[in-house]
Design a protein around this ligand. Structure first.
Ligand code: ADP
Ligand code: MG
Length: 232
């Protein structure tokens, strides 16, 4: 089954007098449980593609279908609801709420969805943090956690609502190589254990070894599939 179906997507940014074509004829399907690496240099359109796939940004042309729902015509309010229920996001800059502890950072998702952070939600947050190796860290504030631990909290937050698709934008680029590799292993294991699809954006070819398939992007155009890099 297809989780994401993007067809002929074009995105043009207006910047003063100039038009910037950030994406052109982008067509991409991601299957249920599949991990796709989106590999490309800086400025190639990776974040734009991810933002459109997750309903954070609307395309200039083309269609986007997620879990069988065509979100192309959704307005801002519908998109907010759609994102909350269907998509997990993990960004490069770990954007945890600085004054909330690890557990509370997960419970924010529950509250945004209208929950009250009750027993079930708290249990689920603890269970997730435990699974991510953060069982002893639930009461720590982001500033008291290492970079890798913070990114693991962000992964827990993205998984909290059991999305069928998680979008990762350069999730390890702020981490050193060793911690980055551990986080990538964790991401792969979590996605496979939950049968959850993911797009992992990266400019680092070594990261493609954690994906099932790699799609390259250059100047807003998706290229042929690249061979997966050999295991380091
Ligand atoms: N909000 C924006 N307004 C104008 N141009 C933008 C905007 N966001 C991105 N761009 C331009 O679109 C192109 C693709 O950007 P982006 O998707 O961020 O690439 P990547 O994530 O691969 O670095 C770049 O040329 C960038 O400068
Ligand atoms: Mg980017």
């Amino acid at each position: 089954m297809t989780v994401l179906d993007m067809r002929d997507v074009r995105k043009v940014y207006r910047s003063g007098d100039a038009d910037i074509v950030a994406l052109d004829h982008a067509t991409l399907q991601v299957d249920h449980g599949e991990i796709v690496a989106l590999l490309g240099p800086s400025g190639s359109g990776k974040t734009t593609l991810l933002s459109i796939a997750g309903g954070l940004l609307t395309p200039t042309e083309g269609t986007v279908t997620v879990n069988g729902i065509d979100i192309t015509g959704h307005d801002a309010k519908e998109l907010t609801k759609f994102r909350r229920e269907n998509i997990g996001f993990v960004f490069q800059a770990v954007n945890l709420v600085p004054f909330l502890n690890a557990e509370e950072n997960l419970l924010v998702v529950d509250e945004l969805g209208g929950g009250k952070g009750g027993k079930t939600a708290k249990g689920r947050a603890r269970e997730l943090l435990d699974e991510l190796g953060l069982g002893a860290r639930t009461r720590n504030l982001p500033a008291q956690l290492s970079g890798g631990e913070r990114q693991r909290v962000a992964i827990g937050r993205a998984l909290f609502n059991n999305p069928k698709l998680v979008l990762f934008d350069e999730p390890t680029s702020a981490l050193d190589t060793k911690i980055g590799a551990q986080v990538m292993e964790l991401i792969r294991n979590e996605m496979k254990a939950r049968d959850t699809a993911a797009i992992i954006v990266t400019h680092d070819r070594r990261m493609t070894q954690y994906a099932d398939r790699t799609v390259e992007i250059v100047d807003g155009r998706l290229g042929a599939e690249a061979p997966v890099a050999p295991q380091a």
